[in-house]
Design a protein. Structure first.
Length: 122
């Protein structure tokens, strides 16, 4: 998904969750997110648009992602069907790059967050 669109959805408080393959954390490529961490959200050009605080971190298989999580991701029409189609394509490309086969049992790290600085702060 386009970084500008994601940053806009976050700034508006529509996108309040994200996910990634656990592989990246297990491999040491990324640091595991933690509740309470603050992150600067940037647009495609690297310009900051908001600051979010991680409010929850969990793990589940791709096949176990819920409609509630898909809605919180705020992308597309916010349905689980849309989420599965878009994210399957994304994760399949990532898996292909690391010579891994995408499957329904891939473990994902799910993050929930809230805007603490930027347009969506109330």
């Amino acid at each position: 998904m386009n970084a500008n669109l994601c940053a806009d959805l976050i700034s508006k408080g529509i996108k309040t969750a994200t996910c990634s393959m656990k592989y990246w954390y297990d491999s040491g490529e990324e640091t595991m997110p933690q509740t309470g961490h603050l992150l600067v959200v940037t647009d495609w050009l690297g310009e900051p648009t908001s600051i979010v605080e991680i409010t929850a971190v969990s793990e589940c298989k791709y096949s176990e992602v819920t409609a509630e999580f898909a809605y919180a991701e705020g992308e597309g029409d916010q349905t689980l069907d849309w989420w599965r189609a878009a994210h399957w394509d994304f994760f399949a490309r990532e898996c292909n790059e690391i010579d891994m086969e995408a499957n329904e049992d891939m473990v994902l790290v799910l993050e929930h967050f809230q805007v603490v600085h930027g347009a969506a702060v109330v």
